[in-house]
Ligand binder design. Structure first.
Ligand code: F6P
Length: 419
């Protein structure tokens, strides 16, 4: 489906033969381009940085033409010296040749809002004149050639649905380097020039490996666990927290009726984010996460204190990666000299399905547009991150690590709100 591309809509003025002519020779170079609303503003907004003891800005450049030449040169350079990790490119260049054919896949566990991202990637690619193909079931479809061309109609109406319209999945064979090399060769043979991978941390590692093999790949973070580095939030976490919160509200009713302790196990792998946020949102008395292991004695003591304060329920939100499973903890409590009788519920996959919240729909859409734009502009080995309320594209090998989601402030808020 041919669409009028941005290429035509926003030409940089004054360039007759892009990428040709004598350009300055830079050993290693990064170009930062700040997208502007009007073509006439381009000139001021180009700048060039050289990586000598950090990034040093030496722009703005003299003209659009020079800026564009530098950009083009640096781009060929990116490929050459990428291994040295000296080159970073961000931003976009509207009259760079747009890729003709890209792929998109959703990998790992599905997350509500993934469809919004698939939809946005598809429509961005079409808008910019590129074909977009969806690989079925994550990297599995890439290995077995289960791929389908996506049109704007394929993705229509998908915003409001959970799951993934092109499937999702984990793919063990993809961990094998030879399998990945073959996959990249086949992708090239089939004319693919780039790939958008939507998924969690494992999927991002896969994207990084493809990038290292020369297949331009950009990753969009989607996992209910919100356990990825670099980004403050991942697609799907908000919906999962809402689902957990609603379940805890119901469980609190029955716990209070019987004066019980109720343990609610939520997902999150090794990250306590869902547990903490669902616990805060529902006023749970205790949250146990893998990042903050607790001693049994501490749990019993807290329980006694809450009993003495006259509360009829004691809700524990337990993250799945914590020291005990829900069944085990309930048994330990029931065998102890406890004030409350304990019961447990494991929410499991209920948290992964369902209608995405407006937050996840918007996040998926914004990240999808950003990711596809970045790929079509030539970015690779990068993750779309949500930071300070906006999306950014950061190199995967330079992502700031994730900290403990439970900080001092949250501790205080929790203590006060569950008094
Ligand atoms: O990563 C999302 C997640 O739902 C985790 O919270 C959970 O540990 C895991 O996936 C379950 O994976 P699977 O669907 O492969 O059983």
């Amino acid at each position: 489906m041919k669409q009028p591309g941005v290429t035509r809509a926003l030409p940089v003025r004054g360039i007759s033969k892009p990428g040709q002519g004598p350009g300055a020779r830079y050993d290693s170079l990064a170009v930062t381009y700040f997208p502007s609303k009007l073509p006439c503003q381009y000139r001021r907004r180009w700048s060039v940085s050289l990586p000598c003891s950090g990034w040093v800005r030496v722009g703005p450049l003299r003209s659009n033409h020079q800026a564009y030449r530098v950009y083009r040169r640096s781009w060929t350079h990116v490929k050459r010296v990428d291994a040295l990790k000296t080159i970073r490119m961000t931003g976009r260049c509207y009259n760079r040749r747009v890729m003709k054919k890209i792929g998109v896949l959703a990998s790992g566990g599905d997350a509500p809002g993934m469809n919004a991202a698939i939809r946005a990637v598809t429509r961005t690619a079409l808008f910019r004149g590129a074909e977009v193909w969806g690989f079925w079931d994550g990297y599995n479809g890439l290995l077995d050639h289960r791929v389908e061309e996506l049109t704007t109609w394929h993705v229509a109406g998908s915003l409001r649905h959970g799951g993934s319209i092109i499937g999702a999945g984990r793919c063990e064979p993809f961990l094998d380097a030879d399998v990945r090399i073959k996959a990249v060769e086949e992708l090239r043979e089939d004319g693919f020039e780039g790939l958008v991978v939507i998924g969690g941390e494992g999927s991002m590692q896969g994207a990084w490996e493809l990038h290292k093999l020369g297949m331009p790949t950009v990753c969009i973070p989607a996992t209910i666990d919100n356990d990825m580095p670099g980004t403050e939030i991942t697609i799907g976490a908000d919906t999962a927290i809402n689902t957990a919160m609603e379940a805890i509200d119901r469980l609190q009713d029955t716990a209070a009726a019987h004066r019980r302790a109720m343990i609610v196990e939520v997902m999150g792998r090794q990250c306590g984010y869902i547990a903490i946020m669902a616990g805060l949102a529902s006023g749970a008395e205790m949250v146990i996460t893998p990042e903050r292991p607790m001693e049994l004695e501490g749990i019993f003591e807290e329980m006694r204190q809450v009993w003495l304060r006259g509360k009829r329920h004691f809700i524990i939100v337990l993250a799945e990666g914590a020291r005990w499973g829900a069944a085990e903890l309930a048994q330990l409590i029931n065998e102890s000299d406890k004030p409350y009788d304990a019961r447990y519920t494991v929410l499991g996959y209920i948290q992964r399905g369902g209608v995405p919240t407006r937050f996840d729909r918007i996040l998926g859409t914004r990240m999808g547009v950003k990711g596809a734009d970045a790929l079509l502009d030539g970015a690779s080995g990068a993750l779309v991150c949500w930071r300070n309320n906006r999306s950014q594209v950061l190199p995967i090998d330079e992502l700031p690590p994730r900290g403990d989601p439970w900080d001092e402030m949250l501790g205080r808020v929790h203590a006060i709100s569950t008094m």
